[in-house]
Design a protein around this ligand. Structure first.
Ligand code: SF4
Length: 263
């Protein structure tokens, strides 16, 4: 580690102690900082702290707690601020903005895409490019409100060069932010959008066409479902029976029905 890393480590150590004091108020933020702290020290200690994090999560049983909207927003803002300074993987070097999230912190559905593209990098908002606009239109057509029903984010927060697929190391380096987002938002349903999001949770080797439409139990007992990525739909214009667009409309209608049943 160089001098900058040591300073960063000390700074985060103080933040860690500060949050330890407030741990009884905001467990998720505490666990998040514990993970950030992990990242700055050696691998062996990292291993110990990772397991301590898991033990804390079990002991505190925060999974069952429902946080207020204000506390969720405040916690997400804290994490976004840390993320905006993040240099945990080489992608920080070319980013204009981190692309953290869009939508409500207490939305019933969390939609997870793969990585920011050029438009997202410029604006700092996920799914605003050509593909994002198509998805927004299809969401609206299905009667889902992007603003109120969805919390949208990506598996990684910085744009990969030439919009390439994120590398496994990059996804691993960034996973602490996504995990914290899921733990804070605690959606009733996760929608994995495209193969990168799917492989981050279910592993490689799954074809979207084979697994979409089903539900899987994911992260901390939250159900998840899978839809095609809108960039794939941009390359497939057909709306005929059983085409990717037709199937996505069907999947979005099922998501709308799920939201309506929540009341
Ligand atoms: S992609 Fe994630 S881990 Fe990599 S620099 Fe950006 S925020 Fe940090």
């Amino acid at each position: 580690m160089n001098a900058t890393s040591y300073l960063c480590c000390i700074k985060n150590g103080f933040q860690f102690l500060f949050l330890l004091y407030f741990a009884r108020v905001n467990y998720t933020l505490f666990i998040f900082y514990l993970q950030i702290f992990n990242f700055l020290i050696t691998n062996s200690i990292d291993f110990i702290f990772s397991n301590v994090s898991l033990l804390f999560m079990k002991y505190l049983d925060f999974n069952e707690k429902e946080f207020s909207l204000e506390l969720k927003e405040q916690s997400l803002l804290e994490i976004k601020n840390v993320c905006s300074q993040c240099k945990n993987c080489p992608l920080w070097e070319n980013r204009t903005n981190i692309v953290f999230s869009d939508g409500k912190a207490n939305a019933p559905v969390m939609l997870i895409g793969e990585a920011p593209g050029t438009d997202e990098d410029a604006s700092g908002i996920p799914f605003v490019g050509k593909a994002g606009k198509l998805l927004s239109q299809m969401i609206q057509d299905a009667g889902i409100s992007r603003e109120n029903d969805l919390y949208i984010c990506n598996t990684i927060k910085c744009r990969p060069p030439q919009n390439r697929e994120p590398l496994t190391q990059e996804k691993e380096a960034c996973s602490q932010y996504l995990e914290a987002q899921i733990n804070i938002v605690r959606p009733k349903l996760i929608v994995l959008c495209g193969s990168t999001a799917v492989s981050s949770f279910l592993g490689k080797g799954f074809k979207i066409s084979q697994i979409r439409g089903n539900k899987y139990i994911l992260f901390n007992k939250i159900p998840a479902t899978v839809i095609f990525h809108p960039s794939y739909l941009l390359r497939n214009h057909s709306e005929e029976f059983n085409s990717p667009r037709w199937l996505t409309k069907k999947d979005l209608a099922a998501i709308k029905s799920f939201i309506s049943q929540l009341g």
